[in-house]
Design a protein around this ligand. Structure first.
Ligand code: GLU
Length: 477
C-alpha cells in the first residue's frame, strides 16, 4: 500500500488529533508527552472450561491517565479487540471525562470474543473469570478503576461483574460502586441505558441553539425536519435515532447496519426497524424501504446530519471526499480517521467530536457511582418536600383567584407537571442536559475565540488537555 496514503491506526489517529491541539497550546516542556502516553495496559489470558474443553480468552484493561482516580471506561466484547484499540479508547476516555467534568482518569477494557457465539450461562462464566482477573489486580475497584458497558456488553454483564467483586470483597461497603451501568434493581440508576443516545440528542439540541454554528455547517433552522442517517442501530444509535425522530421531528432517512442499509426518504420508523433487526438479525427484507447491500456506501448519501454510531474507522480517506452530510455527530468512538477528519474539515463539514458527542454514557455513569457511594437514590430526600412547596403556591394562586374574583383557573396539565417533584430519572436527565450544554459551550468558546482553532474537535481537545494539565500541575508533577 502507498505509505503516504496509509490510514493511521486508531491510537495514532487519536494521537494526531491530540497533537493538533497541543500544537496551538502552551504546555510546559514534557507535559504534552506525559498526558498523551498510555500509562499501562494489562493483558490477561485465562481459561474457562466450556463444552467439554478449555477455551482460552484474551482480555485487556488499559489505564491511560491517573491524574484523577478512579479511572473510568467501558469493557468491550468483540472479536477484533486489540491493544491498539483499547489504548485509543482509554485515551479518549481521559479527554472525554475532562471535557464533561466527571472526576475520573481514562481507562478501557476489552475481551476478544464474539458474544453471539456463546450461551448466557457461558458468557456469565467467562465474564466472572475476566472480572476476577481484573479485580485481583485492582483493575476493578470503586476507588481505582470503574468499568462500564461498551460495545457487546450491557446491564447483564455489569451485574455479573458487580456480583463477582462483591464475592471477592465481602466487607467493602462501597462494592456496588466498582462498576457502573448495572440494572436499576441491582445498584444501577434510571436512565443509564439510554444515556449515550440521550446525550447525542442533547448535544444536537445545544448545537441548534447557536444559529451561528448551525450556519457554519451550511444548515438553518431547528432540528425539525432534518434528514438524518444513522449507522448502527445498537444501544446508542437506536436511542439517539428514536429520541430525535419522536421528540425533535427529525426524519431518519437511512439506517446502515452490518448486513446492508435501508433507505426511506419519508422517514423510517425507528421502533419498527429495531424490532425487525431483533427478529431477523439485520435490516434485509425490511418492508417499505429500499435495501442497499453495500451498506457503507449509504454513508455518502445526501443528508443534513450523519450519525456514525457503530465502529471506529468507518469514515476514512477513501470515502471522506464523497460524504455529503453537512453535520456529523460522532456517537461512536473514533468513527472518523485523522486523515478523513482533515478532508471533511476542508470541505466545510462540521464535526461534533466523539469526546463530547458520546459522553452522555460516562456522565450518567458518574451519577450512578455517586449514588452508589452515597447509598441513597437521587430525589429521595427532597421529592415530596418539593411537591408540598409547589402545592402551597398552587393553593395560594387559586385562593387569590377566588378571593379577588379574577377567575383564573390553572390548567390541569400545568398543575400535574408543576406539582410533580423530580424523581431519579428527571434528575438524571437534568444533570445530563446541563453537562452536555456546559461542555458544548466550553468547546465553542474556544472554537470562536481563537483564529488558530478551526474546528470543534481541536477546541474540545484543548479544553480537555488544559484541565488534565492543570490537575497534573496541581499534583506537582
Ligand atoms: N463505554 C462508554 C464510553 O465509551 C461509557 C463509559 C463509562 O460509562 O464509564 O464512554
Amino acid at each position: 500500500m502507498n505509505q503516504a496514503l496509509r490510514e493511521p491506526s486508531f491510537r495514532e489517529s487519536v494521537d494526531l488529533m491530540f497533537n493538533r491541539a497541543v500544537a496551538v497550546m502552551d504546555l510546559p516542556p514534557g507535559l504534552e508527552e506525559k498526558i498523551r502516553v498510555c500509562n499501562a495496559t494489562y493483558t490477561v489470558r485465562f481459561g474457562v472450561r466450556l463444552r467439554g474443553r478449555i477455551h482460552t480468552f484474551t482480555g485487556y484493561r488499559s489505564v491511560h491517565s491517573e491524574h484523577m482516580e478512579p479511572v473510568k471506561g467501558g469493557i468491550r466484547y468483540a472479536p477484533v479487540v486489540n491493544q491498539d484499540e483499547v489504548e485509543a479508547l482509554a485515551a479518549l476516555m481521559t479527554y472525554k471525562c475532562a471535557l464533561v467534568e466527571t472526576p475520573f482518569g481514562g481507562s478501557k477494557g476489552g475481551l476478544c470474543i464474539d458474544p453471539r457465539e456463546y450461551e448466557p450461562d457461558e458468557l456469565e462464566l467467562i465474564t466472572r473469570r475476566f472480572a476476577y482477573e481484573l479485580a485481583k489486580r485492582d483493575l476493578i475497584h470503586p476507588a481505582q478503576n470503574v468499568p462500564a458497558p461498551d460495545m457487546g456488553t450491557g446491564e447483564r454483564e455489569m451485574a455479573w461483574i458487580a456480583d463477582q467483586y462483591h464475592r471477592m470483597n465481602t466487607t467493602d461497603i462501597n462494592a456496588n460502586a466498582c462498576v457502573t451501568g448495572k440494572p436499576p434493581h441491582a445498584g444501577g440508576i434510571q436512565g443509564r441505558v439510554e444515556a449515550t443516545g440521550r446525550g447525542v440528542q442533547y448535544a444536537l439540541r445545544e448545537f441548534f441553539r447557536h444559529p451561528e454554528d448551525v450556519a457554519s455547517a451550511g444548515l438553518a433552522g431547528t432540528l425539525e425536519g432534518k434528514r438524518v442517517i444513522v449507522q448502527g442501530l445498537g444501544n446508542v444509535g437506536y436511542h439517539a435515532a428514536g429520541f430525535l425522530s419522536q421528540e425533535d421531528g427529525c426524519r431518519i432517512t437511512a439506517v446502515v447496519e452490518r448486513d446492508g442499509a435501508i433507505i426511506d426518504d419519508a422517514g423510517l420508523d425507528v421502533e419498527r426497524v429495531r424490532h425487525w433487526i431483533a427478529q431477523h438479525g439485520g435490516v434485509k427484507g425490511y418492508p417499505d424501504a429500499q435495501f442497499v447491500f453495500e451498506g457503507i456506501s449509504v454513508l455518502e448519501k445526501e443528508c443534513d446530519i450523519l450519525i456514525p454510531a457503530a465502529l471506529e474507522g468507518v469514515i476514512t480517506r477513501d470515502n471522506a471526499p464523497r460524504i455529503e452530510a453537512r453535520l456529523i455527530i460522532e456517537a461512536a468512538n473514533g468513527p472518523i480517521t485523522a486523515g478523513a477528519d482533515e478532508i471533511l474539515r476542508n470541505k466545510g463539514v462540521v464535526i461534533i467530536p466523539d469526546l463530547y458527542a458520546n459522553a452522555g454514557g460516562v456522565t450518567v455513569s458518574y451519577f450512578e457511582w455517586v449514588k452508589n457511594l452515597s447509598h441513597i437514590r437521587f430525589g429521595r430526600m427532597q421529592r415530596r418536600q418539593e411537591e408540598s412547596r409547589h402545592q402551597l403556591i398552587v393553593d395560594e394562586l387559586e385562593r387569590l383567584s377566588a378571593d379577588t374574583g379574577i377567575g383564573w383557573t390553572l390548567s390541569p396539565d400545568f398543575k400535574e407537571k408543576y406539582l410533580r417533584g423530580a424523581g431519579e430519572l428527571e434528575l438524571v436527565r437534568s444533570g445530563l442536559d446541563d453537562t452536555m450544554r456546559g461542555a458544548y459551550q466550553a468547546m465553542r468558546a474556544v472554537w470562536h475565540a481563537r483564529d488558530d482553532v478551526q474546528d470543534l474537535r481541536t477546541a474540545g481537545y484543548i479544553v480537555a488537555i488544559e484541565r488534565v494539565a492543570k490537575s497534573y500541575r496541581e499534583k506537582g508533577i
